[in-house]
Write a protein that binds this ligand. Structure first.
Ligand code: GLU
Length: 303
């Protein structure tokens, strides 16, 4: 078995990211298994090596280690394009010219950021395509069969959705996240994916891509997010959410707060990541339930 943590180097890791990373590391290392770090820097505009450097330093600072060199998605575009070509050869892709706004307006049941594509460009005629192509560059989408896919998640339980026609290549030519993550997890031999709850909704799409590409499906563990007082997922504006913000707080208190919020130790415990390995049990994390973690619950530990 192999675990991983796959941050996007678009800013500093916050306590929610660190909490997910800690759990991913514990799950792998408690069983003596490999643990990988992959930088999801597909978007060269928002990613930077400086963020990457800091993220790795922060992971090390809370006591996490990883095997082998850190893989960067920006260096693996050839693999993603090959996978997209394989799907195209099976007749499973089509060009899409929609803007986000057009999709939002056309979607019958728009819900949240996880917008379901209504299939606008799916069955255009050749003439319609030629006309649309003159207006703007095309993205490439998967022609998904309308079949439900169920994820049996280690924390979230059973989740079923019908995957929509997910974007495989953005209209700037950059491979899309859902495609890249599937290609990489398989290429790196990842068997256990631990990540934020916000990606549970995309997991059926990823499982569909795995099946169409003949790749294995890993075990999924989606971790509840840390949220601010406004109930929104953690962000810079919530204040005191990165290790840099918390300079002066002993790292054992921070790790202890993360571990307490995972149900692994009593609140107020100071502990190292290594010490948590001894009696780690995912069942204790599951027993804590699926509700988001208020930032204030973490902050109490060093207030
Ligand atoms: N790079 C994604 C993020 O930082 C995580 C993707 C994944 O773990 O599959 O939100």
């Amino acid at each position: 078995m192999t675990g991983r943590f796959a941050p996007s180097p678009t800013g500093p890791l916050h306590l929610g990211n660190l909490r997910t990373a800690l759990l991913a590391w514990l799950l792998a290392r408690a069983n003596g298994e490999p643990f990988l770090v992959r930088m999801e820097d597909l978007d060269r505009v928002t990613s930077s090596v400086e963020h990457e450097r800091r993220q790795l330093a922060d992971l090390a600072a809370i006591g996490l280690d990883w095997d082998g060199p850190v893989v960067r998605q920006s260096e693996r575009f050839d693999r993603y394009h090959a996978a997209i070509d394989a799907l195209t050869e099976q007749g499973l892709t089509y060009e899409c010219y929609c803007t986000r706004r057009e999709i939002r307006e056309a979607a019958r049941a728009p819900h949240g950021p996880d917008l379901t594509y209504p299939g606008t460009c799916r069955d255009l005629t050749a003439a319609q395509r030629a006309a649309r192509r003159r207006e703007r560059p095309a993205a490439l989408r998967l022609r998904a069969p309308a079949e439900p896919i169920t994820v049996e998640d280690g924390l979230a339980g059973s989740y079923t959705a019908v995957p929509d026609d997910v974007v495989l290549r953005r209209n700037d030519g950059v491979p899309a996240y859902n495609l890249a993550v599937v290609v990489d997890d398989a290429a790196q031999g990842v068997t256990t994916v631990v990540r934020g709850d916000d990606l549970l909704g995309s997991t059926p799409r990823q499982i569909l891509l795995q099946r169409l590409l003949g790749l294995p499906t890993p075990t999924y563990v989606h971790v509840p997010l840390v949220v601010g007082t406004d109930g929104e997922r953690l962000a810079k504006r919530h204040g005191a959410v990165t290790l840099e913000d918390l300079a002066g707080v002993p790292v054992e208190r921070i790790v202890g707060a993360l571990a307490a919020s995972l149900g692994l130790v009593p609140e107020g415990t100071a502990v190292t990541a290594g010490e948590l390995l001894d009696d780690f049990d995912l069942a204790r994390v599951a027993a804590r339930g699926r509700s988001p973690v208020p930032l204030a619950d973490l902050q109490r530990s060093w207030a």
